[in-house]
Design a binder for this molecule. Structure first.
Ligand code: PBG
Length: 326
C-alpha cells in the first residue's frame, strides 16, 4: 500500500521521538564565558549582549554556584585589566585580573572547572593579540608572553588553558612551559580554527579589546578557507592540543563537520557574541521565540559534530532544557 514506508510512524509520540533522536544537547556539553573586571560588587550588563554581564571578582563565586546548580560545570574567563600597555604585561601579572579570578573561584567554588582564555588583546593598549614590531603583530616575540600568561593562569589554579591569539607555534610553546613546570596534566583547548570574523563585534565591546588600528586578518583565518582549517588543526594536534576549537560556530558548521570526520580529538565550537546578539535582538523585537531558536541553534552545532559548545546562552539553555517539550 502506498506509501510503503511512513517516516511519521516514528514521530507519532514523544517516547518514539526520544528513542530515535540522533543528537543530544545537555548542560554537560556547555562552557559558559564570564567577563571579569576590577572593583567591588560590580555587575554591569553588556548592552549588545543582553543577559551577559561584566562582574567583579567578589561576585564570581555566586555566579559559579548558580551555574553548577543548573548543571554547568565549566566556565571560561576573560579579563578586563585595570591598565593596559604595549606588551600586555597585565596578562601574566601575578595579581592580574584573571589570576585573582581563578584563585577566587578555586577557593570559593572548588567544584567549578575553570578554563582561561589566553590572549593579549584585552591587555595591550593597541588591542592586537600580540606584540607590535614595525607595525606588524610579531609572532615569535609574542609566543613567550603567551606561554608566561598560560603558566600564570595555571599557577593560580586554572584547570585548562585556551589560547585564542592565532600566533603560529603557540600550542607547542604553552605545552612546553607547562610541562617544564610539572603541569603535565593541564589540557590545552586550542582555538585552532579561528576566523577573522565580524561576528566578534559585541565581544570586543564587552572585553574592550578592539584593535586600535588595522584588523586581525594578518593572524586570524580567511573566512573563505576550508583546506587551511585542516592545516591549522593538524599543526595544533601535533603541537599537543587536547581539544580543537572552531570559531565562530553557526556560520562555520561545515568546518565543524569536516573536522569531526577527519580528527579524533574532541571538537569544541564557539557560538560567538554576534551569533548570540542576533538571536537576542530578534527575540527582543518579538520576531522569533528566542529560547527555541537558541536551542535549535545549539543543537545544530552539536549535530554538525561539536562535542563542546562555548555559549553565552549556557544558563538560559540549561533552564530551557529542564522544562523542554519533546
Ligand atoms: C580574544 C578573543 C576574541 C573572542 C574570544 N577570544 C575576540 C577576537 O578575536 O577579536 C571572541 C568571542 C566572541 O565574539 O564571543 N582574541
Amino acid at each position: 500500500m502506498f506509501p510503503e514506508y511512513r517516516p511519521r510512524r516514528m514521530r507519532q509520540n514523544p517516547v518514539f521521538r526520544a528513542l530515535v533522536r540522533e543528537t543530544t544537547l545537555s548542560a554537560d556539553h556547555l562552557i559558559y564565558p564570564l567577563f571579569v573586571k576590577g572593583g567591588k560588587k560590580v555587575k554591569e550588563e553588556i548592552s549588545s549582549m543582553p543577559g551577559v554581564f561584566r562582574i567583579s571578582v567578589d561576585m564570581l563565586a555566586a555566579e559559579a554556584k548558580e551555574c553548577m546548580e543548573l548543571g554547568i560545570n565549566s566556565v571560561i574567563l576573560f579579563g578586563l585589566p585595570d591598565k593596559k600597555d604595549p606588551m600586555g604585561s597585565q596578562a601574566h601579572a601575578k595579581d592580574g585580573i584573571i589570576q585573582r579570578a581563578v584563585r577566587e573561584l578555586k577557593n570559593k567554588a572548588p567544584g567549578m572547572n575553570v578554563i582561561t582564555d589566553v590572549c593579549l588583546c584585552e591587555y595591550t593598549d593597541h588591542g592586537h593579540c600580540g606584540v607590535i614590531i614595525n607595525k606588524q603583530v610579531d609572532n615569535d616575540s609574542t609566543l613567550e608572553i603567551l606561554a608566561k600568561t598560560a603558566l600564570s593562569h595555571v599557577e593560580a589554579g586554572a584547570d585548562m588553558v585556551a589560547p585564542s591569539d592565532m600566533m603560529d607555534g603557540r600550542v607547542a610553546e604553552i605545552r612546553g612551559i607547562l610541562d617544564e613546570n610539572n603541569h603535565h596534566n593541564i589540557p590545552i583547548m586550542s582555538y585552532a580554527v579561528k576566523y577573522a570574523s565580524a561576528f566578534y563585534g559585541p565581544f570586543r565591546e564587552a572585553a574592550d579589546g578592539a584593535p586600535q588600528f588595522g584588523d586581525r586578518c594578518g593572524y586570524q583565518m580567511d573566512p573563505a578557507n576550508v583546506r587551511e582549517a585542516f592545516r591549522e588543526a593538524t599543526l595544533d594536534l601535533e603541537e599537543g592540543a587536547d581539544i580543537l576549537m572552531v570559531k565562530p560556530a553557526v556560520a562555520y558548521l561545515d568546518i565543524i563537520s569536516k573536522l569531526r570526520d577527519e580528527f579524533d580529538l574532541p571538537i569544541a565550537a564557539y557560538h560567538v557574541s554576534g551569533e548570540y546578539a542576533m538571536i537576542k535582538a530578534a527575540a527582543a523585537n518579538g520576531w522569533i521565540d528566542g529560547d527555541k531558536v537558541m536551542h535549535e541553534t545549539l543543537l545544530s552545532i552539536r549535530r554538525a559534530g561539536a562535542d563542546i559548545i562555548l555559549t553565552y546562552s549556557a544558563k538560559d539553555c540549561a533552564r530551557y532544557l529542564r522544562g523542554l517539550c519533546s
